[in-house]
Design a protein around this ligand. Structure first.
Ligand code: AMP
Length: 284
């Protein structure tokens, strides 16, 4: 696997792969890689691309300086995992190099950042979209792979890509979970044992909603999910809601012709976890 730290060098790398007839698949990450990230790489590989994974802890998307300071960094371990799954290039841009001459842009996100993570993390999605555009401008992938784990991020990137007519196709990939349902996340590394044991409760709340969705009124489903969360004293719930799958607007009644998404965010000690599940509509 090639390790590339410079923005010009990654553009050159892609150009040379293209000359050899290859297409480029791209997986942007913030490192501390786990099987969720590696699944994105595997998907990109199985689609036949030369695959670039970037690791860059993007300061623009952290509204909490503590969260940025505590974000796990494990480059050597990450490199080993990437080699194992056959990633072709690891792009490790330096902050100064990536942002040289960079002016942050204010993107129109429609109303997609008005709910869920948006109000809790002001500026977060602007930071994400700015860095994704920046990374795309150097890597110039044909396809970029994003996890459904970060549903709102994925929806926003798909929306901006369409609005701005970005040439890159955005490929959604399913959430990878532990056996007990906990969605893999780099932040799980910061849970202590008691918090780790309690963490699957987020998934339990979501599955209870999924098991009752479209049969039981939305408000009743949400009450069931909340009562599951309340039984776990180590968690502090930030939101639990049901949203339209495209607009992400909170729903008060089940839609007739599309599915829905259940979204949750909760704190366990100092660690903030998010998760979501797609709720399929039996009548759609
Ligand atoms: P991050 O390093 O957290 O910025 O994540 C990089 C990419 O991996 C994003 O597209 C995430 O949505 C995706 N990702 C993170 N966790 C998971 C997971 N458990 N399953 C699938 N994709 C994931």
């Amino acid at each position: 696997m090639d390790i590339i730290r410079n923005t010009n060098a990654i553009s050159e790398w892609g150009a040379s792969r293209r000359r050899q007839g290859s297409t480029i698949g791209f997986v942007p990450t913030m490192g501390a890689l786990h099987q969720g990230h590696l699944d994105l790489i595997r998907q990109a590989k199985s689609d036949g691309h030369s695959v670039v994974c970037s690791i860059f802890v993007n300061p623009l998307q952290f509204n909490d300086p503590n969260d940025l300071a505590n974000y796990p960094v494990r480059i050597e371990e990450d490199r080993r995992l990437l080699e194992k799954v056959g990633c072709d290039a690891l792009f490790l841009p330096e902050r100064e190099n990536l942002f040289k001459g960079f002016e942050p842009e204010r993107f129109d996100l429609g109303s997609l950042d008005e709910f869920w993570e948006g109000p809790i993390r002001p500026g977060h999605f602007q930071g994400v979209v700015n860095v994704v555009q920046r990374l795309f401008s150097f890597v110039r992938p044909d396809k970029a792979y994003f996890g459904e784990k970060d549903r709102q991020q994925l929806t926003i990137i798909q929306w901006v890509a369409k609005q701005r007519r970005w040439p890159e196709s955005i490929i959604p990939c399913p959430t990878v979970r532990e056996n007990d349902g906990l969605a893999l996340s780099s932040r799980n590394l910061r849970l202590n044992q008691l918090e780790r044991d309690a963490a699957p409760v987020l998934f339990q709340a979501l599955t209870t909603i999924a098991n009752n969705a479209f049969d039981t009124p939305v408000a009743v489903c949400l009450a069931m999910g909340r009562s599951i969360m309340e039984k776990e004293p180590l968690t502090s719930l930030e939101y639990l809601g049901i949203a339209h799958p495209e607009t992400l607007e909170p729903l008060r009644a089940w839609p007739s012709s599309v599915g829905a998404i259940a979204l949750i965010a909760a704190r366990l000690g100092s660690v903030r976890l998010i998760d979501n599940l797609f709720l399929s509509n039996p009548r759609a």
